[in-house]
Design a protein around this ligand. Sequence first.
Ligand code: FAD
Length: 520
Amino acid sequence: MAENTNRTIKKVVIVGGGTAGWLAANHLGKQLINEHSGVEVCLIESPNIPTIGVGEGTVPLMRQTLQELGISETEFIRECDVTFKQGIKFVDWVDNPVANKPSYYHHVFDYPNITELDLTPYWLDGLAGDKSYADALSIQGAVCDAGLAPKLITTPEYQGLTAYAYHLDAGKFAAILTKNATKKLGVKHIFADVLKVNVAESGDITSVTTDSAGEIAADIFVDCTGFKALLIGEALGSKFISKQNTLFADHALAIQVPYDEPAAPIPSYTISTAQQAGWIWDIGLNERRGIGHVYSSAHTSHEQAEQDLRQYIGPAAEGIDARLIPMNIGYRELFWKNNCVAIGLSQGFVEPLEATGLLVFDATSKMLATQFPAKHDDIATVAKQFNRNVQATWDNVISFVKMHYCLSKRDDSAFWLDNRDKNSIPDTLLEQLELWRNYVPTQYDFSNRFDIFNRENFLYVMYGMHYPTQIDAIKSRFQEDEVAKQHFKMMAQRTQGALANLPLHRELLLKIARYGLQKR
Ligand SMILES: Cc1cc2nc3c(=O)[nH]c(=O)nc-3n(C[C@H](O)[C@H](O)[C@H](O)COP(=O)(O)OP(=O)(O)OC[C@H]3O[C@@H](n4cnc5c(N)ncnc54)[C@H](O)[C@@H]3O)c2cc1C
């Protein structure tokens, strides 16, 4: 079917029904299926091979995606055990931990540029007193600390008083995406195992042979088979480029535990607590907590990692098994090869410190759907662009995640010391950090449009980690002290207002379950 004629592309087959497969199915279905296009989108899912079943943290882009896909926020919150996420609280990342005195900073979702004036140099100059960077430039850290929600019950769907994303149950999320793609968007769903991938001499995939649905041909195949990468890796041989020398964590131990008491407060942020050889995520869903230890097996044993996880949780984990998940850290040499595009863990993966999995797969599914070639002859050109853009996206993610580690002053284990070894740090990040010793980061340092972490994200982490930018030599450029002081004062007042008005997180979730949110 996929030999060299310039045919119109009529059929897309997605292999894999995890979150990545269903995100891709939704984006492609929305963009391509309509009565005039004649394009068919079909997803093949194995009834036997389980999905990875983790991936509970998201970032604000997910809000936009769900809205664009026509999913009601109320329905999503009720069906997927959803809670709100306003950012990540990083505990014990900056310095060696002190017993019973955890130190922390917030990487919140509200962007700090509330004004034309960049307040960062004024904060560096001490004009906000002893307020942390996040507290001086945003209300959201204080909102998180007070256990509050990002919106009121009267705030319409998908709107917030602060920027927010979600924590969700991965299995239930795949189910709602399945319903939307098949019932609303017209995506065909086949339950079968793919046994063989049939490749023509040209290198294009012609069809896949399944155990129960025969041979299925298509013009374009989307590989969403997870770490297995059945099509892009095994069949087409796109090499996996490991980034393990930069990001050392290669295993996770995941566990689900009940709340100590049914009405326990639910944090509206992910808690990430640094450990001797990695870190522990702690995500509060409506009905349970999802907790996991992400660690480097070169720096600790699996037994020790499990012991650290259980010590973190306490009695709530007694009698509950933790699941060991090996992780391939890195990405494919080509994400789009011939007529096959990889989306999901088959494309690449970086440990989940900043919840980048769903973010990258959502963003790249959208990229694929928007740029989808109409004719066979266009595939090579679109693929070239896609590969360039997706690689830039991954490189940005890797630099950003590495920065969390290499700015730490911890020296209580080889893991933290190794993370500061210059050979493990990407050259671009080293250059930027060198520059930012004497300059405040500007938007020109982030000129790639496909960077999914921007200047604002870098600023929260850099200054949360106490990065020592010295502005003495450029201080004369910042002459707006009085205006800056006014803004800091205004932010303190806005914070007090938000603390007085926003509901407790669990209280809002209960109200949404009962009454729902207003449509826009
Ligand atoms: C420890 C850990 C924590 C994570 N935390 C986060 C997080 O907080 N936030 C976030 O955004 N992301 C996170 N991720 C990433 C997230 O889990 C993935 O992005 C997401 O689940 C997508 O996975 P997937 O769909 O690519 O693969 P999978 O879930 O593995 O799905 C693969 C699919 O392919 C199918 N399949 C495989 N072989 C065949 C075959 N031969 N025939 C037919 N079908 C087949 C399977 O049945 C399955 O449906 C985390 C990942 C890990 C490992």
